[in-house]
Write a new protein. Structure first.
Length: 190
């Protein structure tokens, strides 16, 4: 097993659906399991869906800020029988700032993550934890008791998060699970 500390400048974990009249693109309160799995695959230079083993994750500390970013995005609009139109639109994006996670990996991928931390894996580029604006700024092994003080994402009743998400702009299907964030024993995700 290996537990790492992962820090990012920001975290926007987009809640699927249209941005309505409010013009706000909401975020989940914590990275979904599907996002963490995708991060581990990217860290190890692997493709989507290749992760094997189990992982657990949670907050090392609360995000250090929250706000809305005013962003210009491209959206698709249908024109009835006409072809879809691409348009620019300005929206507000909910953001968590200065985020820090503990991510524990066990099984076949623990050694792959260790190799990636040592620079023995060729990656596709810069690492993100969420959207392309959520740049990872720090990754390192967590020494000592990794579970001390971590608020783990565990099965529960308060948060619906994607366990498996669709890939691509036109895929909005996802499989959800219900979770809580609390101290104690970690929950292992596949």
């Amino acid at each position: 097993m290996l537990t790492i500390r992962v820090e990012a400048v920001s975290g926007h974990y987009r809640v699927p659906g249209n941005v309505e009249q409010s013009g706000i693109a909401p975020t989940f309160a914590v990275a979904p399991p599907s996002t963490v799995r995708g991060f581990l695959e990217s860290l190890c230079g692997s493709t989507c869906g290749s992760f094997e083993g189990e992982f657990a994750y949670g907050w090392l500390r609360d995000p250090q800020g929250y706000g809305l970013l005013h962003r210009r995005v491209q959206v698709w609009a249908s024109g009835g029988m006409k072809p879809r139109l691409e348009r620019n639109r300005t929206i507000n994006v909910e953001m968590l700032f200065d985020v820090a996670y503990a991510v524990a990996v066990r099984g076949p991928w623990a050694d792959r993550v260790r190799a990636a931390l040592e620079g023995d894996v060729e990656r596709f580029g810069v690492l993100y934890l969420g959207e392309s604006t959520d740049l990872v700024t720090w990754i390192a092994p967590l020494n000592g008791d990794a579970s001390n003080g971590v608020r783990w994402v565990v099965p529960g009743t308060s948060l619906r998060l994607p366990v498996v998400s669709g890939r691509g702009y036109d895929s909005i299907t996802a499989a959800y699970g219900t979770f809580d964030i609390r101290e104690g024993e970690p929950a292992w995700h596949h």
